[in-house]
Design a protein around this ligand. Structure first.
Ligand code: NAD
Length: 279
């Protein structure tokens, strides 16, 4: 078994982004908008800010109280849409229950939609001509590239069908010519599907959902899940036992997580270049 080292690969990508910004004297700016004070979101925002600053990206944050109305949030987004000094906008999810996430996200100008979550950018992803690929799927593709993993003709299962991770991951892997099965909470024969898969990508949020008896020898396992168990962070895969069977596997932490941040930096620069008409 070989570990797919997301920490290492993400460092290389972050350095490339930093160099591109420095060499070309780009001045990209990411605006993060957060509503409420979800502790996990606060941690994510702080690591995004740190990574941006290190790469030479200006990171601004607007924190709004939990009882902000949807109209007030949309006003903030529209102001940022029209602000020429802001090139990328990220609305930290989840939003409070009184908001319609889709409506809020669709207010972001597609060329500033750094997470690739607007209907326009998701539609482009389906058509295969996306300019902004959501950060986690993009990070997973970068891992495949870094380890020369060719998806052509491989049987792959993507478990989880969220718009943020599962669906876009299946789409980008399909574009790389994998034969995709999408599994979700209503899937009946998950074990059978996994046993038939050369690649398993799991993005559910349930510790030990994928156990050794579900994985065929030599499979590649990408664990997207982030679960807090007591004081530690674990993925969705029973890493200890599955790693004995898999040919390659991502650890948690240190696998997909750091790649998501690296892809965010790449997407900020992508948004900047789209707006400045830089090819
Ligand atoms: P989500 O809750 O929106 O989606 C979970 C999906 O899992 C759903 O589509 C559901 O159908 C499916 N599911 C639930 N139970 C299942 C079961 N028993 N069998 C098969 N499928 C089942 O979550 P999300 O936003 O897609 O995130 C998924 C996980 O990935 C979470 O743990 C999240 O923290 C993590 N995540 C990690 C990163 C990263 O950078 N590593 C980024 C985003 C999300």
């Amino acid at each position: 078994m070989y570990i797919i080292d997301g920490k290492e690969v993400s460092k290389t990508i972050k350095n490339k982004v930093k160099e591109e910004i420095m060499v070309n004297n780009y001045k990209p700016c990411l605006l993060v908008i957060m509503v409420g004070n979800n502790p996990a979101s606060l941690v994510y925002i702080s690591s995004k800010e740190k990574a941006c600053n290190k790469a030479g990206i200006e990171a601004r944050t607007i924190m709004l109280p939990e009882n902000t109305s949807q109209k007030e949030l949309i006003d903030v987004i529209e102001k940022a849409n029209n602000d020429k000094t802001v090139h990328a906008i990220l609305v930290q999810l989840p939003l409070p229950n009184h908001m319609d996430t889709k409506e809020v996200i669709d207010t972001i100008k597609p060329e500033k939609d750094v997470d690739g979550l607007t209907s326009t950018n998701q539609g482009k992803l389906v058509l295969g001509n996306a300019s902004i690929i959501p950060c986690t799927p993009k990070g997973i593709l970068s891992l495949f590239d870094a380890y020369n993993i060719d998806l052509t003709g491989k049987n792959a299962v993507v478990i989880g069908r969220s718009s943020l991770v599962g669906k876009p991951t299946a789409l980008v892997m399909l574009q790389r010519n994998a034969t995709i099965t999408m599994a979700h909470s209503k899937t009946k024969n998950l074990k059978e599907i996994c046993l038939n898969s050369d690649i398993i990508v799991c993005a559910v949020g349930k510790p030990k959902l994928i156990t050794a008896d579900m994985v065929k020898e030599g499979a590649i396992v990408i664990d997207v899940g982030i679960n807090r168990v007591y004081d530690t962070i674990v993925g969705d895969v029973d890493y200890y036992n599955v790693s004995k069977l898999a040919s390659r596997i991502t650890p948690v932490p240190g696998g997909v997580g750091p790649m998501t941040i690296a892809s965010l930096l790449e997407n900020v620069v992508e948004c900047y270049k789209i707006q400045k008409n830089i090819k």
